[in-house]
Write a protein that binds this ligand. Structure first.
Ligand SMILES: [Zn+2]
Length: 275
């Protein structure tokens, strides 16, 4: 094994642990943001017996496993949401590190991780409450700005790149805004703001792809839930989880999917090769 691989594994482990710790904070956000509780000042306590939790109860992923998914003090069941969110967040951070930042500990990794975590929290909260906290789409936007700063550091400032992102801010959100006007509120303001932030992160081409993909994923979900509920179509469906899934896929492979699709249509994407 060469030094580069060793470094990559070393960074990968750190990224995983960092992701698990942040994941455990995301669980706090998921429970406290909808209740407008303070997310930092109040110490962690059991949801059933209110017993204050010690450091040994708060180790991400492992505490839940070692305690068999039960509270140490009152033996009440602890939601598997805790280890699931922690593991998912940790694994996704490692995948972002390896495949989006090519295994380099770059500044942009922080931006992508912040955006992903905010999308994750948004998805769960929107799923449960049909609401998107402002702090979460703002976090996605901050993530986008961090990614953009890293791009400037690496490649220098170019007007084209900035314009691509600024148009991105208005592209998918603009489509959703028009939909909201046409359907008189059928589309939530939270989704519009979320896609504005995602547009700055991804640029306009990729965010439009994410919007189409999100619509497709949402449609598949609607069909499945209609089949499951014997033909009854849900009136109100949270859109953010489907958008977030699409945006996450696009973080990894957006430009590649666009290139593949254009090739499929016989358009080469404007690049003319002179031989
Ligand atoms: Zn308890």
């Amino acid at each position: 094994m060469d030094l580069l691989t060793v470094m990559k594994i070393f960074y990968g482990v750190i990224v995983f642990l960092f992701g698990a710790v942040i994941g455990s904070f995301l669980n706090v956000l998921i429970f406290r943001l909808p209740k407008k509780e303070n997310v930092v000042s109040e110490s962690s306590h059991c949801m059933s017996c209110n017993h204050k939790l010690g450091p040994a109860d708060l180790v991400p992923i492992f505490s839940w496993l070692f305690l068999g998914g039960k509270c140490r003090y009152c033996k009440a069941k602890i939601s598997p949401q805790y280890p699931i969110i922690e593991t998912l967040n940790a694994v996704m951070y490692v995948l972002l590190f390896l495949f989006v930042c090519s295994g380099e500990p770059r500044l942009s990794l922080l931006g992508y991780c912040a955006a992903f975590s905010a999308l994750l929290v948004t998805s769960v909260i929107d799923w449960r409450t049909m609401e998107i906290p402002d702090s979460m789409w703002i976090t996605v936007l901050v993530g986008g700005i961090i990614v953009y700063i890293d791009e400037i550091i690496a490649e220098g400032f170019e007007w084209g790149c900035l314009i691509e992102r600024v148009i991105g801010f208005f592209a998918a959100s603009g489509v959703l805004f028009l939909l909201a006007v046409v359907t008189k509120g059928g589309m939530g303001g939270g989704d519009i703001k979320l896609m504005a932030a995602c547009g700055f992160l991804l640029g306009w081409k990729t965010v439009l792809l994410a919007l189409v993909m999100g619509g497709l994923i949402g449609t598949v979900y609607l069909i499945f839930s209609a089949v499951k509920n014997k033909g009854k179509i849900k009136r109100k469906v949270p859109f953010a989880p489907h958008l977030a899934a699409a945006v996450t896929i696009c973080m990894f492979a957006g430009p590649q999917i666009i290139e593949w699709y254009l090739k499929l249509c016989g358009i080469t994407g404007g690049h003319t090769h002179v031989h």
